[in-house]
Design a protein. Structure first.
Length: 117
């Protein structure tokens, strides 16, 4: 059986992905893997508040429950996905990442992560 760290390690082995973190809804890191100088604790705090804001936006605009969000920045991309009611998966990728591949790998990892949470 896989554990969370192994599953996040699989994500980080995807070309361009440098960080994968599972965060509780209150911003505490459950597990994180990073190949660079990314502070996974800081990722946890900002992801929890960011996904909270995105969920409020969805409710206000009546677009339904959030499943995945992607934020593009000058030097990279953050993909956030809800993991049930209690957790969030955040993946940080650099500009070399193929966004379709990143989103596919995130989606593919979700059932396995839910199984071990």
């Amino acid at each position: 059986m896989d554990n969370i760290r192994d599953l996040l390690g699989d994500l980080v082995r995807t070309e361009g992905i440098n960080t994968a973190v599972v965060v509780s809804r209150d911003g505490f890191v459950i597990e994180g893997v990073s190949t660079g100088n990314v502070d996974t604790e800081a990722v946890g705090a900002v992801v929890a508040s960011g996904i909270g804001a995105a969920e409020v936006m969805g409710r206000e605009l009546m677009t339904g429950e959030m499943t995945q969000g992607m934020l593009e920045y000058k030097n990279g991309v953050i993909v956030m996905s809800t993991l049930g009611m209690d957790a969030i998966l955040a993946v940080v990728a650099d500009l070399s990442a193929k966004l379709g591949s990143v989103r596919y790998q995130v989606k593919k990892s979700m059932p396995k992560l839910l199984d071990v949470l």
